[in-house]
Design a protein around this ligand. Structure first.
Ligand code: TXA
Ligand code: MG
Length: 363
C-alpha cells in the first residue's frame, strides 16, 4: 500500500486556491489528505466513499470498530448527514461552530457503515481553520477525519508529526503550521435524553451546561477511570494516546524529591533493580525526560537531567503537550516522568489525556 506522500506548505491565513484544489481533487478521487484543524491534524477522506474511508483505517492501523468524526463546512452540510437535528444541536452549532465541538447524532444513509463502525450514530464537527473550511467546501462533501497518527500514538499537532507516522501511507500533507489548541475536540452525545460528554476537550461540560440548561450535561469519561464498563466511545479507552517511551506519572511536584535518583536509592525504595525503571534516574540521564505541568516555576532538579519540559498554564500545556511528547520520542528517551497539574477544572482535559498516556509511578 506504499504511496509517495507529498507535503505542501500552505498559508493558514490565505490558503492558495490552487493547492486547495489539488488536495480536493485527491479527496474526490478517494485519496487521503492530512490537514490541520484547530485541535490536531486530521487524516481526511471523502466520507461518502466507503473505499476511501476504509483506506483511513488501513493507513492508521485503526481497529474498524472505532468510528470516525465527519467534518463539514456548514450546518446545512451537517444536516445532510443526520436523521435528526434537535434544537439543542442548533443551539450548540450556533454558539460553537466552527469550533472544537463534535456532536453525535443519528446518521442518514449518506454516511456509510465504514465511517461509523456500523453505529446508528455519527460524530460531526465544523472545524475553524480556513484551510479546512476551504478544503471541505471545494470537495463539496463531508470529510471523515480522525487524528492523523498511527492508532494509539500521540495525536499530531505539527505536519512533521504526521509525516513521521504516516509517510508512504497517505497521499498528501497540507502543512499550515502548529495547530492552535493542541487537544482533540470535545465529543458530546446528543442522542440521549441528557447530553453526555464522551470525550472531554476544549469546550468544557460546564460551558455546555450553562448554554443549554435546564438540560443537564453528563460527563462520563473521568480522568484515570479504568473500569468504564461498556465503552460508548473508543476514545475512552484508558490507554489511548501514549508515546512510545514508558511514561510514568507521580502525583505532585513534591514527589520529585522522593524519586530514586541513584541506583542505591532505587534499591532502597523498590528493594530490587529491574523494569520499569531499571536504573536510578541519574545513571542514564540522557534516557529520561521530565515533563512538569501546572506549576508556576520549575522545581530544582539535578543538573544532569537535561531533558526537561515545563508547561506552566492550561493554554500552553494544551497547545504544546503533544509537541513535548513527540519530542520525547524523537529524543529516544526510554522513560518519561510526568508531574501532572492539580486536580482543578481548568486542567480537566489535560489530566484526561495524561492519564491515558501514562501509568502511575507505582501501580
Ligand atoms: O479534534 C478532533 O476531534 C480531531 C480532529 C482531526 O477533528 N479528530 C479526532 O478523531 O480526534 P479521532 O478519530 O482520533 O477521535 C474521534 C473520537 C473517538 O473517541 C471516537 O470513538 C469518537 O470520537 N466517536 C466518533 N464517532 C462516534 C459516534 N458515532 N459515537 C460515539 N463516539 C464517536
Ligand atoms: Mg485519535
Amino acid at each position: 500500500m506504499s504511496r509517495p506522500t507529498e507535503v505542501i506548505s500552505v498559508d493558514p491565513k490565505q490558503p492558495d486556491p490552487s493547492v486547495i484544489e489539488h488536495a480536493a481533487s485527491i479527496l474526490r478521487r478517494g485519496g487521503l489528505v492530512a490537514f490541520a484543524t484547530e485541535t490536531v491534524y486530521g487524516l481526511g477522506a471523502d466520507a461518502t466513499n466507503p473505499d476511501a474511508v476504509m483506506a483511513i483505517f488501513e493507513a492508521k492501523g485503526r481497529p474498524s470498530q472505532n468510528p470516525l468524526i465527519v467534518h463539514v463546512d456548514s450546518t446545512e452540510m451537517a444536516k445532510s448527514c443526520v436523521a435528526e437535528w434537535p434544537d439543542v444541536a442548533d443551539l450548540l452549532a450556533l454558539h460553537y461552530w466552527p469550533g472544537p465541538l463534535s456532536l453525535v447524532l443519528p446518521r442518514t444513509s449518506r454516511i456509510p457503515d465504514a465511517v461509523t463502525a456500523g453505529l446508528p450514530t455519527v460524530g460531526i464537527r465544523n472545524p475553524r481553520p480556513l484551510v479546512a473550511q476551504d478544503l471541505i467546501e471545494r470537495v463539496g462533501r463531508p470529510i471523515a477525519a480522525p487524528s492523523a497518527n498511527r492508532s494509539n500514538r500521540v495525536s499530531p499537532t505539527l505536519a512533521s508529526h504526521v509525516f513521521k507516522d504516516l509517510e508512504g501511507r497517505i497521499d498528501l500533507i497540507l502543512d499550515s503550521g502548529q495547530t492552535d489548541l493542541g487537544l482533540e475536540s470535545t465529543v458530546v452525545d446528543l442522542t440521549t435524553r441528557q447530553p453526555r460528554v464522551l470525550r472531554p476537550g476544549p469546550v468544557s461540560a460546564s460551558e455546555l451546561e450553562s448554554l443549554i440548561g435546564p438540560l443537564r450535561v453528563v460527563e462520563i469519561a473521568n480522568p484515570g477511570a479504568v473500569d468504564l464498563g461498556v465503552l460508548t466511545s473508543p476514545g475512552q479507552l484508558p490507554v489511548h494516546y501514549a508515546p512510545q517511551a514508558r511514561t510514568l506519572r507521580v502525583e505532585t511536584p513534591e514527589d520529585l524529591a522522593r524519586l530514586p535518583w541513584t541506583t542505591d536509592e532505587f534499591v532502597r525504595v523498590f528493594g530490587s533493580v529491574g523494569t520499569p525503571e531499571e536504573f536510578g534516574l541519574l545513571d542514564r540521564p540522557e534516557r529520561v525526560a521530565l515533563v512538569i505541568i501546572g506549576t508556576p516555576e520549575l522545581p530544582s532538579l539535578p543538573a544532569a537531567l537535561t531533558h526537561r519540559f515545563h508547561l506552566p498554564d492550561p493554554e500552553t500545556a494544551g497547545r504544546d503537550l503533544y509537541v513535548v511528547l513527540h519530542q520525547c520520542d524523537a529524543l529516544g528517551v526510554s522513560l518519561i516522568v510526568i508531574v501532572p497539574p492539580p486536580d482543578r477544572r481548568e486542567w480537566h482535559t489535560i489530566r484526561d489525556r495524561l492519564w491515558r498516556a501514562s501509568r502511575p509511578w507505582r501501580e
